[in-house]
Design a binder for this molecule. Structure first.
Ligand code: AMP
Ligand code: MG
Length: 409
């Protein structure tokens, strides 16, 4: 039996070669939609000054600050709208200027329309004069060229997770395409004769496939791409057929079910003879685990095999696959975690690392949700933390602390 740490290391080692992959060029004008942010594969230098020219921060008047003295009246000049060319401000003039419009040559400050008399723009054909309440310092309400970031500076660094603001600044600098860490392609496969796809009638003795959905969602949240979600019956021929006629397009196979010591362990039966090792990890739930590179016909890819109980599959994912896949996609591998006191006592098999589900009360205590059984998927879905009870611990009292991982973000 291996320890949790040994199996974590084995999964990381199996998938380590997947770090070596070509970046994917992505058009900035259509940022990707996905459950996880995409990550830059290279530094991006800023090609232009941001902003690209001096412009007005206000709707108001572009002036020469030195001409705005108490009691001065200036002639209203030509209007300057956003998107129009740079004009020249003549001596003794104040030019109506709109937010984002280029500061005309000669002007060095903008006075907001609210501080002008009259304090509304007149129709353009009306030649008029304008006065201002006080004086103004040069530079006031002028957004300087390059004041956000100068051309040639580092715009975004390798490894940056691209959210709304990052996509926005790439676009504002006119960057057309960016190299992103490419997404690993994951085939998700549920096994079991009892499994029915949602939308179909449930035959006697059947249950709906939960793991296809939960594993697909979990994989997507790591930044990886789910290429297919399949359900295969407990039939070795059918499972072999899934792989023998494909040879590309899959970086990782994630299976659930069929890895224990029962009579119909199809994953084990098919993959054990083709390069995948099956064994037991000292963890509850999620003891039986399979891991290795499968070779079936022309097909060859790493396989990570989880037990079928829905809670076992999710806990296995959290413990073994999520950190590795997140890291391979440039995202923080670990869940937010902390120590919290238990609101109630619990028991745990001392030879195993137990993972329970719970919520954090208003006072910061851990309240367990549901029992230890690995079929309690609804309890898992109602939980906000995983609760860890390490090997060697058989009992914890109320008030004892346990490590929790936040799972509701
Ligand atoms: P197995 O690991 O195949 O022995 O399955 C263990 C338990 O998990 C059994 O009660 C199965 O019915 C259940 N199970 C296996 N796969 C799934 C699945 N995809 N969705 C829901 N329950 C499953
Ligand atoms: Mg089964």
């Amino acid at each position: 039996m291996s320890t949790v740490a040994e199996h974590q290391a084995a999964v990381a080692a199996l998938l380590a070669p997947l770090a070596d992959r070509e970046p994917e060029a992505w058009r900035v004008s259509r940022p990707p939609a996905g459950a996880a942010p995409r990550v830059l594969a290279r530094d991006i230098l800023n090609p232009i000054d941001l902003p690209p020219f001096d412009n007005s921060q206000m709707d108001g008047y572009a002036v020469r600050a030195a001409e705005v003295v108490p009691g001065a009246t200036l002639k209203v000049g030509r209007r300057i709208a956003a998107g129009h060319g740079v004009d020249l401000l003549r001596d003794g003039e104040a030019a109506p200027i709109m937010t984002g419009a280029p500061i005309p040559d000669g002007a060095d400050a903008v006075i907001p329309i609210e501080d002008a008399t009259p304090n509304a723009f007149q129709p353009e054909h009306v030649t008029s004069r304008v006065t201002f309440a006080g004086t103004v310092d040069a530079g006031t309400f002028v957004r300087r060229r390059g004041s956000d970031l100068a051309a040639g500076s580092l715009l975004l660094a390798t490894g940056t997770a691209l959210g709304a603001a990052q996509w926005g600044v790439l676009a504002s600098s006119g960057v057309a395409t960016v190299p992103l860490l490419s997404q690993l392609r994951v085939l998700v496969l549920s096994t079991g004769d009892e499994l029915t796809l949602s939308g179909r009638a449930l035959a006697p003795g059947h249950i709906y496939d939960a793991n296809g959905a939960s594993m697909a969602a979990a994989v997507s949240a790591t930044g990886a791409l789910v290429t297919e979600v399949l359900v295969v019956h407990d039939d070795a021929r059918l499972l072999r057929d899934v792989f023998e006629d494909r040879d590309r397009g899959v970086d990782l196979v994630l299976t659930t079910g069929g890895v224990s010591k029962g009579a119909y362990e199809v994953v084990r039966d098919v993959f054990e003879s083709s390069g995948v090792a099956f064994g037991s990890v000292a963890m509850q739930p999620g003891g039986p685990q399979g891991l290795g590179t499968a070779r079936l016909g022309r097909f060859s890819a790493p396989v990570v095999a989880f037990p079928g109980n829905p809670v076992s599959a999710l806990v296995s994912f959290e413990m073994f696959l999520r950190p590795v896949l997140r890291e391979l996609h440039g995202l923080t591998p670990h869940r937010e975690n902390w120590l919290a006191p238990l609101a109630e006592a619990l028991d745990s098999p001392p030879a195993k690392h137990q993972v329970r589900r719970g919520v954090i009360t208003a006072s910061g205590e851990i309240e367990l949700v549901g029992g230890a059984s690995s079929h309690l998927l609804h309890s898992y879905a109602a939980s906000t933390v995983l609760v860890h009870v390490p090997v060697g611990v058989s009992h914890l009292d109320a008030g004892d602390t346990a490590e929790v991982w936040r799972i509701d973000d």
